[in-house]
Design a protein around this ligand. Structure first.
Ligand code: CTP
Ligand code: MG
Length: 558
């Protein structure tokens, strides 16, 4: 607006075209004046849950069904938005958001069940399909809106992405582009809340005050398209439910048997997923773990889901990560670059094991951004957020875990964050250099302190759980994997520094870090001089008995 007012409309247009999403952010921050700069996590979650309560997902023939479906549904209610997507089976779906929850109920009352079949027991759910019109031709008015998205959750076109990364002007632009192209989009978030809502609807008549909420990367601001869906089921008692004045009290149902009551309930929920949740398949019960979960796949949305019970600390952890990410526009793109690099060099792996995962890796990025440089730091310490918390921020999770920290970032003085103005390119290089120097042997990473602390035990990698400081979130990481992490950060620092120049060809800048290592890439790496920084293949795997594990080398080269 300022540019336009100054008669520099062309500059404004250039800015918009160059990087729309960053641009919007800048404008919001700059021109909101005395208005709130930061939305709260609770506001975002309430908005998403509200959307899901007003929405349905309808299977259709193709995106061409839009006009007919729109016309049919708008006979019952006002439509706000329609999004189209395809799942991996090439089945087409439309997510429709109505004007209000009541409108949605009107639509649901008009729905029917497919056919009378003794094997099928009818169910209600927000996942529906659109039956062909039985030969009758009905005329529908032209939709008052266009499709908000077509193929809205389509896989990222990696070839196009890499081509565009080559074309970027700077490494910072590459990092921003990677983030803009691969982060979870609006429809991805909506569908995650729809799956949560579907399960919540199914359980509402069985449990009082039941809620099913997404957590983890689906909502913490660090999720990419296609990330898994972590869900938590709660049925907390509210003050209203426990009011002493009320003389009529519900009879309780005590759970009998020797197993913990919640374990029996999760068993029951797993059965219900199999029996009563359309689209849920491959249900697995993992009930003996520290945080017991039920895993399942959701066919209509292509999501791999993990449902746990009463793990509110996971939600508060997601809130904490979300708040850190919202404080500065560089935090999320930088984390995406690091996560993508870790995946490309095989430090992370979609399967659980003795390696680091995305969550501790994210904590490593946050910890790095808390470090004080000559220009100051980017992020505050968690201790600082805890110190500034008010009564409204008090949250106690399961097992009396205190998850209290400042929630309203508008109350955080501006000198507490974003002091260091380094660009993304510099920050990424500094990230690798910082961990190249880090004393993993003696020190633990703590975002509570924002400074390294002495390791309380000899586990190879120690990253303090921010909300349960006696725990190490990377306790699963083996010695070999930690050595690989150390070697890879050194290699990445060297590669990035050596490859900043765009003229150097197709794998300049970020590309050298995020492309899967090929034989060619590795050979090239070994050929180049600069040996003080370059780590040999043997060092890379640094086996104590001096043997290079063949399988690892093979994976690496592949
Ligand atoms: N979590 C935690 N403590 C751990 C591991 C996980 O509190 N030791 C919480 C975090 O909030 C984390 C969430 O559980 O974000 C989900 O864990 P996970 O699925 O492993 O990580 P995501 O952040 O969801 O990342 P990804 O995209 O790899 O699933
Ligand atoms: Mg996850």
């Amino acid at each position: 607006r300022s540019l336009v007012n100054k008669g520099k409309k062309h500059l404004f247009k250039k800015l918009l075209n160059s990087n729309q999403s960053t641009c919007r952010c800048v404008f919001f921050r700059k021109y909101s004046g005395s208005e709130k700069r930061f939305l709260s996590f609770d506001e975002i979650v309430a908005q998403r849950r509200g959307e899901a309560k007003r929405s349905i997902v309808v299977q259709v023939n193709s995106e061409a069904s839009f006009k007919e479906l729109y016309g049919y549904c708008s006979k019952y209610a006002t439509i706000k938005d329609v999004h189209h997507y395809k799942n991996s089976n090439d089945e087409h779906f439309m997510l429709i958001e109505f004007g209000s929850e009541e409108s949605l109920q009107d639509v649901l009352r008009s729905c029917s069940t497919h056919q009378k079949d003794v094997d099928i027991m009818a169910l209600n759910s927000p996942f529906l399909w659109f039956r062909a019109s039985n030969g009758r031709t009905e005329s529908y008015a032209t939709p008052a809106t266009v499709l908000a998205s077509i193929n809205g959750i389509e896989q990222v076109d990696e070839d196009k992405l890499f081509k565009d990364l080559v074309e970027c002007d700077t490494v910072s632009d590459q990092i921003q582009l990677l983030y803009d192209r691969t982060r979870l989009n609006d429809l991805g978030a909506r569908l995650r809340y729809m799956v949560a809502r579907q399960i919540e609807c199914m359980l509402e008549s069985l449990y009082a005050n039941v809620a099913v909420r997404p957590f983890g990367s689906s909502i913490n601001g660090f999720g990419k398209m296609g990330c898994d869906l972590d869900l938590v089921l709660t049925n907390t008692l509210t003050d209203e439910m426990m009011k002493a004045g009320s003389r009529l009290v519900y009879q309780d149902k005590r759970t009998e048997g020797s197993r913990a009551p919640w374990a029996r309930h999760m068993q029951c929920v797993a059965d219900l997923l199999e029996l009563r949740v359309a689209g849920a398949a491959r249900v697995q019960r993992i009930l003996n773990a520290r945080v017991p979960i039920v895993k399942f796949a959701h066919h209509y949305t292509d999501l791999e889901c993990d449902l746990c019970y009463n793990n509110m600390s996971g939600v508060y952890m997601s809130e904490l990560l979300w708040l850190f990410g919202s404080l500065d526009d560089r935090v999320r793109p930088l984390t995406f670059a690091v996560r993508r690099w870790a995946r490309a060099v095989g430090l992370t792996n979609p399967h659980p094991g003795r390696w680091i995962t995305n969550f501790p890796l994210t904590l490593m990025v946050l910890f790095f951004l808390q470090q004080k440089t000559n220009d100051g730091h980017v992020l505050p310490t968690l201790k600082n957020l805890v110190r500034r918390a008010g009564k409204e921020d008090i949250r106690i999770a399961e097992e009396n875990l205190n998850c209290t920290f400042l929630r309203d970032m508008n109350k955080l003085p501006s000198e507490c964050y974003a002091q260091n103005k380094a660009n993304l390119q510099t920050l990424l290089l500094q990230f690798f250099e910082f961990y190249s120097q880090f004393d993993f042997k003696e020190k633990a990473i703590s975002i509570n302190e924002g400074a390294s602390i002495r390791k309380p035990n000899s586990l190879p990698l120690y990253i303090v759980n921010p909300l349960e400081q006696a725990l190490n979130v990377s306790r699963n990481v083996s010695f070999e994997e930690c050595e690989r992490l150390k070697a890879e950060v050194r290699n990445a620092a060297w590669q990035l520094e050596a490859g900043m120049d765009k003229q150097k060809g197709d794998d300049w800048g970020l590309l050298a870090l995020v492309e899967k290592k090929t034989t060619r890439g590795l050979k090239k790496l070994l050929r180049v001089g600069n040996s003080h920084r370059l780590v040999s293949v043997k060092d890379l795997f640094n086996d104590t008995d001096d043997k290079i594990p063949e399988a690892s080398v093979k994976n690496k080269i592949e």
